[in-house]
Design a binder for this molecule. Structure first.
Ligand SMILES: NC(=O)c1ccc[n+]([C@@H]2O[C@H](COP(=O)([O-])OP(=O)(O)OC[C@H]3O[C@@H](n4cnc5c(N)ncnc54)[C@H](OP(=O)(O)O)[C@@H]3O)[C@@H](O)[C@H]2O)c1
Length: 101
């Protein structure tokens, strides 16, 4: 199974991604902070095996989200898009054309 995960640096997305990795999935994480898993021995093992793949990007940046999709698709057709980002504290305004999730 090939997974593209946004919002999986912690909490629900993280634990869902770890469960998928345990089941043999390949997971490409789009992360604002690439060092978030530096001290995570479990994720580090999956990175070493090539099953966890980390890419820097922001969900509010259309190009970075698309680049993440393309990177995930390099591992094969994407089976699951795991998106666990909540609603922002401030609403995204239609007048801001760059504010896409
Ligand atoms: N936790 C709960 O008990 C619970 C219960 C019910 C519902 N929910 C809902 O479930 C959703 C997820 O909640 P959560 O507690 O699991 O997660 P969270 O603490 O809200 O974390 C959000 C995740 O999204 C990432 N993220 C936020 N903005 C981003 C952006 N612009 N670009 C890339 N990544 C971004 C964060 O990454 P960074 O590390 O970069 O910040 C983090 O991985 C929310 O809608 C929440 O309301 C949560």
């Amino acid at each position: 199974m090939n997974v593209y995960a946004i919002g999986a640096s912690r909490h629900i997305g993280y634990y869902a991604a770890v469960q998928l990795l345990k089941k043999g999935a390949t997971v490409t994480f789009l992360l604002r902070n690439l060092s978030v898993f530096d001290d995570d021995a479990e994720i580090q093992r999956y990175i070493k095996d090539g099953k966890a793949r980390l890419l820097k990007g922001d969900a509010l940046n259309r190009e970075e989200v698309a680049a993440g999709w393309a990177a995930a698709a390099q591992a094969g057709p994407i089976d699951v898009f795991l998106f666990t980002i909540g609603t922002p504290a401030q609403p995204l305004h239609a007048s801001d054309p760059d504010a896409h999730i």
